[in-house]
Design a protein around this ligand. Sequence first.
Ligand SMILES: [Zn+2]
Length: 344
Amino acid sequence: MQLPREVIVGNRVVERVAEVSRRLGFTQSALIVAGSKTYDIAGKTVRSLLEEGGVKVDTFLAESAAIKDVQAVEEKIKTLKPQVVFGVGGGTKIDVAKLSSAYQEIPFISVPTTASHDGIASPLSSVKGFEKPYSLMAQAPIAIIADTNIIMQAPWRYVISGCGDVIAKFTSVKDWRLAHEEKGEYYGDYAASLALMSAKLVMQDAELIKSREEEGLRVLLEALISCGVSMSIAGSSRPCSGSEHLFSHALDMIKPNHAMHGEKCGVGTIMMAYLHKADWKRIKKTLGMLGAPSNADELGVEKEDVIMALEMSSTIRPERYTILNKLNLKREDYERLAKTTSVI
Ligand SMILES: [Zn+2]
């Protein structure tokens, strides 16, 4: 089990980056991986604070999250031999930093600039260019520094996406439980409970999150971090990624870059909750209240895309048993499902 040693969430906590780094023993050298925008937003602050503390800092600006970026950062790590890699960004830059540092066997610190998905704290990395559309095992961050002052400045849509990714745990945990009961798959109550609790808290505090106050953002960040930790405990993405994520991945393949990860997961959760005979109406209502997409139109996709994605969902990751494998539905059933839940 790899768990973060330091997690700091709050207003202006980025100012504590040098202190955290020192406490963890990184007093000599560091490599910052950021995008050009996130470098301006937070990367340069991290850099100057570390340099003030006497750390030699190099920067790598990644423009995407593809294998080539991971390899380029690995080359940098081989030449510069930094003690630690900082991933500063919304998601893709963190994924690049996480995977390259894991491959080069050095620690990684996560400095998220948005709260859009649970990858800010998970041991998994989602990078384009591998044959699989889902995440790969990398390593858990040794520290997470989530500055609410920085994250509050990101567009509201990122928060919405983060909420969708957390609410998704309602069905991912059910799918995991089902795989345990029907296929004898390993199931960890602790990891499952942690993921489920995060979803419950975000639902409960949806009004607070909607108010756009720091307190609400903190609830969301703590939920995302707890989800990341639950994956570290489980040793896989199982507690946090079930049929609703398969739907999101499928939709991604059909209509790439159409909506954010958590937005698609949110819509997937509505439909998968229906299949699990759970309270899908409450999920739909909460997403709607937060201003998150809850149907095809709001996701910016066609009705046919939704049906195709549902059909594809159970096939893209055959080893991950979910409610979709159990029910083995046909096209007309999927169409009915999407219509009954008013997704199409
Ligand atoms: Zn996710």
